[in-house]
Design a protein. Structure first.
Length: 267
């Protein structure tokens, strides 16, 4: 009996210890949850305060906007009143203009009597007929005179041509007219001349006749050292003038072979 009692006491003590440990754990868990709830409550209170501040700011902004709207409405009313006054003045001016137009007497066209008009027309027609007859007579007399003069002039011309052909055959031939002599070619100075070999393609030079007046940047001519103010003297050892420069340069470029151009670097 004593052993059984001791065993029962031991089992009861162990069960009591387990219950105590379980209750301690539950109490600690409840304390942790309580602290978490307190922290959450403080966070929610902060959010509520922020929302209240935003709500107050929105109310203030709404009040300011409403006041601005009221000011704009008053200005619109003023503008409408000004427009109405302007329209009224325009209507009054139009009425004054129409009254002035109505007050002026209308111009009545002068009506001639039918009999006077008929007399005037008959007199004018008779005078015009007599004038036309006179003109026709004068024109006929002038045409007859012109025909006679033309016939006489033709006969004189034929006679002159016959006499001139016979005299020209006997006389000496005419001398040619003296025209302007061509200008002499410019004197060359070989010390001032420079020859360069160009590849087929764009030269990078703009010329006025023989004179170089522009050199494009990055082209063959600039790379070789050609400058503005120089004059082209020869193309492939062919002397060149203001009229023949372009043809010679085209021939050289179209040949698709390197060619030489000599320049006069003197001023």
């Amino acid at each position: 009996m004593g052993r059984i009692y001791q065993e029962a006491l031991q089992s009861a003590e162990t069960s009591i210890k387990g219950l105590r440990d379980h209750y301690h754990k539950v109490i600690e868990e409840l304390r942790g949850q309580n602290t978490k709830l307190k922290e959450g409550g403080s966070h929610s209170s902060n959010r509520v305060a922020k929302l209240e501040q935003r709500y107050q700011q929105a109310l203030e902004y709404n009040n300011s906007v409403s006041s601005e709207n009221e000011d704009l409405n008053t200005e619109l009313k003023k503008v409408k009143a000004q427009l109405a006054a302007a329209q009224a003045t325009i209507k009054a001016l139009k009425g004054q203009i129409t009254k002035k137009k109505k007050g002026k007497p209308a111009k009545t066209p002068k009506k001639k009597k039918k009999a006077a008009v008929k007399r005037e027309r008959s007199s004018s027609s008779s005078s015009s007929r007599s004038r036309s007859k006179r003109r026709n007579r004068r024109s006929r007399s002038r045409s007859t005179r012109r025909r006679r003069n033309s016939r006489s002039s033709r006969g004189a011309r034929s006679r002159r041509s016959r006499s001139g052909s016979s005299s020209s055959a006997q006389s000496s031939p005419r001398k040619p007219r003296k025209g302007k002599s061509a200008p002499p070619p410019p004197t060359r100075n070989p010390a001032q001349e420079k020859a360069f070999t160009f590849k087929p393609g764009s030269l990078g030079v703009k010329c006025k006749g023989v004179l170089v007046h522009e050199v494009t940047a990055g082209a063959q001519a600039e790379g070789l050292g050609v400058k503005t103010g120089w004059r082209i003297v020869e193309v492939n050892e062919q002397i060149v003038t203001n009229t023949s420069v372009r043809t010679e340069l085209k021939k050289a470029i179209l040949s698709k072979a390197p060619f030489t151009i000599t320049f006069n670097a003197g001023a």
